[in-house]
Design a protein around this ligand. Structure first.
Ligand code: GLP
Length: 240
């Protein structure tokens, strides 16, 4: 059963999770963070900016959840670029220690296995930040994803492409495929912290926290985790 924390607003959520991350880094300087993209985790990264000075982050490691396939890593909306811009540079992390799945088409056949091996070699993820899609997806594990799945290539649903079109010039520019950590990969992290804000996420949050365990609602996988924390505002908690 996930622990649900209802906070006043995004800033309060960001502060809460940032404090948790700083405590982790202070107790374990080579902590492994599971980084998420999307708009939801941004208040966490924002809160970290103001709190991280004085904390030694030189050994912190990180693994992003997912990446588009076939996008130029230098494209401003590749998740590699987003993680660099929002997390690595402002927090002064060592870019060599921050991994993003490799969405290059030439090496895509073994990119999933390579990523799983890199996570295992790092000793696993200590704290995994998660957002949730309106259809209940986490990472890019769309409805129907196996709870045992590992990092692999997936086809993006039309809904997710539409949701993410806001970051591109038009929906035609949104890639068709992605490479994402699987639900099985995510469940191996030692602590899951799922954030959600706004009424639009209320149903997905209720289904993830209280609904039946179902591959139709990938977020419900968090119920299988012994240490999952859900941080939501009142609106996202309104259907609990
Ligand atoms: C994307 C990401 C997910 C994210 C979801 C929700 O599809 N791959 O990791 O949780 O969008 O995005 P947002 O936080 O912007 O609502």
């Amino acid at each position: 059963m996930a622990e649900v924390v209802i906070v006043e607003n995004k800033d309060a959520a960001g502060a809460l999770v940032a404090e948790e991350i700083i405590a982790l880094i202070e107790s374990r300087p080579d902590a492994v963070l599971g980084l998420a993209t999307g708009s939801t985790p941004l208040p966490v990264y924002q809160a970290l900016r103001t709190r991280i000075s004085g904390v030694d982050v030189s050994r912190v490691r990180g693994f992003a959840l997912d990446e588009y396939v076939g996008i130029d890593p230098a494209h401003p909306e590749s998740y590699r670029s987003v993680i660099t811009r929002e997390v690595v540079e402002p927090l002064g992390l060592d870019p060599q220690r921050i991994h993003v799945p490799n969405g290059a088409e030439a090496t895509i056949q073994h990119a999933g296995e390579d990523y799983e091996a890199a996570i295992a070699e790092a000793g696993g993820v200590d704290l995994q930040i998660l957002g949730i899609g309106t259809d209940g997806h986490i990472g890019f594990n769309e409805p129907g994803s196996s709870f045992a799945s590992i990092t692999r290539v997936k086809t993006l649903t039309e809904q997710t492409r539409e949701d993410n079109a806001r970051f591109f010039d038009s929906i035609d520019d949104v890639p068709m495929h992605c490479i994402t950590q699987g639900l099985g990969t995510i469940l191996r992290a030692r602590h899951l912290v799922l954030l959600a804000f706004g009424e639009g996420k209320a149903q997905a949050v209720a289904d993830a926290v209280e609904g039946p365990l179902s591959a139709i609602l990938p977020g419900s996988a968090i119920q299988l985790h012994p240490h999952a924390t859900v941080v939501v505002d009142e609106a996202a908690a309104s259907k609990l």
